[in-house]
Design a protein around this ligand. Structure first.
Ligand code: CO
Length: 495
């Protein structure tokens, strides 16, 4: 009996060889109407789903060391009023991508450890960086922008996905500047007569770090900008907003750039997690004069992503995915050979920040390994009832994300829509119904890699009930490598 149980618990929810196939490069660029659709696209679902992620996991046969180093490839799925769906994907023609495609070889090191062939001698003191434009894609102010946190956005034609060049956000950024890949849309900004505004930030790390907050109008014009210097090196990928605050979590890390400068490691591999040190919550007011910044210490482990934040009286609540330690692949291990059992799972925690006595409490909301949280965009900065998160099939341990988890924070109910054993999910995107009656009245759009057919599907699930079979499965003719982030716009750009 004991043996049987052990054997059962060791059984994986997936086939590792199949999982690795999802990391195959997709060098082709497609443009076609999708004819293979299971189920029916809801007639109210009209608009465009944009996704970004690494499209190349090798440069002319030289494998990259970490998927975060792969060149950004944008996918656009257009849902038209007549029920038709169009697919297009195209690489961002970043300067580095164009040069490498022309040279037919790797010319750049990657931030996350990719080294040019030829050993350290060929990499030493080579600190030129490729803007790989691979993390997120947003449509804002009439512009489609591919975002990567260490450099300028690239602007693309939303109709053709053709790269138009670097974009400085209507004069907001200087050449060589950067902006994060994690903007939030405040759906009803108090400072702008309840009009939506887009809030984003940039970080200049160093011995102290400069955080700059930007807020943009729906036309893409800069409304507010303010900078703050905070002590210590910062590795901050994401943040959260409420109507009155931006909340940043400064992970407890140090940075020793020597192995990077000497050509042994990528800059990302020189970040060292300090398990025994506290994290800092940095709370910056969104309203002028912006000067009552609070820095509070707490224990969080490592955080990439926040799900949402909101205010109740003198309290701020912050929901975040926390790892006990920075989930790092060892420098000598191929990311495709990573031992998931050695990685801490991402778990959802709620931080309760008391602005009166400056204390922070935390409480685990979900222990199942999860990542890429999302919610109804109307609830950004507000007290949300539901979260939707990519999750593992199994309740414990770290594994590839194969399911979508819905949390009802009012009743505690969980719903899990699993694509195991052959399906691997990406970040879900919530699209509200046209006349929503409830917070969960809408659909979840999720790109799923189907390991059995080596292709990807866009799956549409009714967000009200994840236990139902999907409303529709849109089968692509090919695979899309595991992606990072994306967004939805109600606009369509093709006829
Ligand atoms: Co992210």
């Amino acid at each position: 009996m004991t043996n049987l149980l052990t054997k059962e618990s060791l059984k994986k929810s997936y086939n590792p060889e199949q999982w690795k196939q999802g990391y195959q490069s997709q060098p082709n660029e497609y443009d076609y109407w999708i004819d293979d659709i299971e189920g029916k696209i809801p007639p109210q679902l009209q608009g465009t789903l944009f996704r970004n992620g690494p499209g190349l996991l090798d440069v002319y046969g030289t494998p990259i060391k970490h998927p975060f180093d792969g060149d950004g490839m944008i996918c656009a799925m257009s849902f038209l009023p007549n029920g038709k769906v169009h697919f297009r994907n195209r690489f961002v023609r970043s300067e580095g991508y164009v040069q490498e495609q022309k040279a037919q070889k790797m010319l750049y090191r990657g931030v996350f450890g990719t080294q040019k062939p030829g050993g350290w001698l060929n990499n030493i003191f080579d600190l030129k960086m490729k803007n790989i434009a691979n993390t997120n894609v947003i449509y804002w102010g009439g512009k489609l922008l591919a975002l990567w946190e260490a450099a300028e956005p690239h602007r693309l034609d939303p109709k053709t996905l053709e790269t138009l060049g670097l974009d400085y956000l209507n004069g907001t950024l200087e050449p060589g500047g950067s902006i994060a890949a994690h903007p939030w849309v405040d759906p009803h900004c108090e400072m702008d007569n309840n009009q939506p505004c887009l809030v984003n930030f940039s970080i200049k790390p160093g011995l102290s770090s400069k955080i700059t907050v930007y807020e943009f109008s729906p036309q893409g014009e800069l409304l507010r900008r303010h900078s703050h210097s905070v002590p210590g090196f910062s590795f901050i990928h994401d943040f959260a907003i409420t109507p009155h605050y931006c909340i940043f979590l400064q992970n407890p890390v140090t940075f020793n750039p020597l192995p990077y400068i000497l050509g042994f490691q990528g800059a990302g591999e020189c970040v060292n997690f300090q398990r025994q040190k506290p994290s800092r919550l940095i709370i910056i007011p969104r309203k002028p004069p912006y000067d009552e910044v609070k820095i509070l210490e707490t224990n969080t482990g490592f955080v990439f992503h926040h799900a949402n934040a909101f205010e109740v009286g003198n309290y701020i609540y912050l929901d975040s995915i926390c790892y006990d330690a920075l989930p790092q692949v060892q420098p000598d291990v191929d990311y495709k050979e990573v031992d998931f059992e050695k990685l801490a799972p991402g778990q959802l925690w709620r931080f309760t920040i008391n602005l009166e006595d400056d204390t922070v409490q935390r409480q685990m909301l979900e222990s199942r390994c999860c990542e890429f949280p999302t919610l109804n965009p109307e609830k950004v900065g507000e007290n949300h009832r539901y979260l939707y998160i990519g999750a593992t099939h199994d309740t414990t341990g770290n594994n590839p994300l194969q399911a979508i988890l819905k949390l009802d924070l009012e009743t505690g109910e969980r719903q899990l829509h699993s694509f195991a054993p052959a399906g691997y999910v990406s970040e879900p995107i919530f699209v509200p119904n046209s006349n929503p009656s409830q917070e969960d009245d809408g659909w979840l759009l999720v790109m799923v890699y189907d390991g059995n057919h080596h292709r990807s599907d866009v799956v549409i699930v009714d967000a009200k009930d994840l236990n139902q079979t999907p409303v529709a499965k849109v089968h692509l003719k090919h695979h899309i490598p595991y992606g990072l982030h994306g967004s939805w716009t109600g606009e369509t750009f093709i006829n």
